[in-house]
Design a protein. Structure first.
Length: 159
């Protein structure tokens, strides 16, 4: 099983768009959630994935993750089993060197108006660039996890 190490930030403006090299559509839902553990099904363009994630470390920086590509038709059927709302978003990829990339998610539907950027790191102490469009860091803030957003959409939060 892999360990996912990532930093997550709110995005202040859309100036990141000039650096996007690839984008794709994502629909995902949660089959199970239990104390920070999740089982997720995702469709990215025409590919299906099943992902199991463990609990986050106390600092919210890392968690165990297992992911497998599954047939698209299976992913479509599994999405029908998901609890609460589906997450829909456009993911924008911005390479930043050394094999790293920013993944900027523009949420849609009940989570529209929310844009989040994350970078997956090989180790917690890896340096990465912090572009001017990055806003507040939300690494480890449960309200900005996709699992939480599927149950408590961003557009229902009291501002």
């Amino acid at each position: 099983m892999n360990v996912e190490i990532e930093r997550k930030f709110l995005v202040k403006d859309d100036s990141y768009k000039k650096d996007v090299q690839k984008s794709y559509e994502i629909s995902q839902g949660y089959i199970a959630r239990d104390g920070g553990n999740t089982v997720r099904v995702r469709i990215r363009d025409n590919q299906g994935f099943l992902t199991i994630k463990g609990r986050m470390t106390p600092d919210g920086l890392s968690r165990p993750e297992w992911e497998m590509e599954i047939p698209y038709s299976d992913a479509v059927e599994l999405l029908k089993l998901c609890k609460s709302g589906l997450i829909q978003k456009t993911r924008n990829i911005i390479p930043i060197g050394n094999g790293l990339k920013w993944e900027v998610d523009e949420f849609k539907g009940d989570n529209s108006q929310l844009t989040v950027a994350e970078v997956e790191l090989p180790s917690p102490d890896t340096d990465y660039p912090t572009p001017a469009w990055l806003g507040t860091e939300v690494t480890g803030v449960k309200e900005f996890t996709n699992s939480y957003l599927s149950m408590h959409p961003y557009n229902t939060w009291r501002k």
